[in-house]
Design a protein around this ligand. Structure first.
Ligand code: MLT
Ligand code: MN
Length: 304
């Protein structure tokens, strides 16, 4: 098994397409060592060389072109992606499915709640039924029952319901249901190595902490450094908590949470364009690194 980070930025990417401030501007002007990042997605390779795409970002075309290993056939229009697993129904995690309409029927793994969002508030699955078609495989979050993906040998998965937030167009936006957002333990069947992946994580409750304590690598929500980052930078009105993201700083923030676990590697992913950790020369990045925590980048490989 190997994991490839296809996109390490939060929604909007880095630089954000319409932003003229902060690190976005510095990147345009060439005055920062921060590197551009595409929107949130990873891929997991099974023993047979085939891949599971986890989240389909609007940048998927660029991501596939940048990752030759994903492009291996078979057939005149084949691709190495066997199936797609969706962690939630957020725009940055699902709208890449529209590009994939030009291929074979899509094998999509997601919860009942995400399927509901994608057939109501954001009806992508209905749209796709007019093109390639979709075969839905339901994920039922259950920490006691691992599942596999068809034609992806050597890897098992455990899904856990997370405390986060459903998107604004979800029928559950103000009425959270388990399954609106999931975390995933990705297990290498050969080494037993366990990677916990949660790009949208609002809180670490004790049952989740017990699960995270069993994992060797934690690849988790790196959206914001502070709770009011977007407000402070004058680019938004939402707090991290209102969006279902746990910021890195603070006594109960993500860095403090990660310090509780024995994992050999902790990596932040889904990083917003406002987050100063994008800048390798920032004090916030130094704080993250001195805590032994890594910052994901596009193309990063995780080989357990
Ligand atoms: C999120 O992660 O909170 C969303 O992707 C925000 C967005 O829609 O850009
Ligand atoms: Mn997002």
């Amino acid at each position: 098994m190997q994991i490839r980070v296809l996109g390490s930025a939060a929604g909007g990417g880095f630089p954000q397409w319409n932003s003229n401030v902060g690190l976005n501007q510095a990147l345009h002007e060439g005055t920062t060592r921060a590197e551009a990042r595409t929107q949130s997605s990873i891929a997991v390779q099974g023993d047979n060389g085939r891949w599971l795409l986890i989240n389909a970002s609007p940048d998927i075309r660029q991501q596939i072109l940048a990752t030759p290993a994903l492009r291996a056939g078979p057939g005149e229009r084949g691709i190495g992606i066997e199936a797609i697993l969706l962690m939630d129904s957020q725009i940055d995690h699902t709208t890449g499915l529209t590009l994939m309409r030009e291929g074979a029927p899509l094998e999509i793994y997601c919860t009942r709640q995400v399927h509901e969002d994608l057939t109501t508030g954001l009806p992508l699955l209905g749209v796709l039924s007019h093109f390639c078609g979709v075969n839905w495989h339901e994920i039922v979050p259950d920490v006691d029952n691992a599942f596999t993906i068809a034609n992806l040998p050597g890897v098992r998965f455990i899904a856990v319901a997370l405390s986060s937030a459903a998107p604004p167009y979800s029928p559950h936006r103000t009425d959270p249901h388990p399954g609106d957002n999931i975390g995933l333990v990705i297990i290498d069947e050969h080494s037993g190595h366990r990677v916990f992946y949660a790009p949208g994580l609002g809180a670490v409750d004790e049952p989740l902490a017990a699960l995270m304590a069993t994992c060797d690598t934690l690849l988790v929500d790196g959206t914001f450094f502070t709770e009011t980052e977007m407000i402070d930078q004058g680019v938004g009105v939402k707090t991290a908590a209102s969006m279902g993201h746990l910021p890195q700083s603070g006594e109960t923030g993500m860095l403090a949470q990660l310090a509780r676990f024995p994992a050999a590697r902790c990596i932040l992913i889904h990083i917003n364009n406002t987050n100063p950790i994008l800048d390798p020369d920032s004090p916030e990045r130094a704080e993250v690194e001195s805590a032994g925590v890594e910052v994901a980048y596009d193309g990063m490989e995780i080989r357990p």
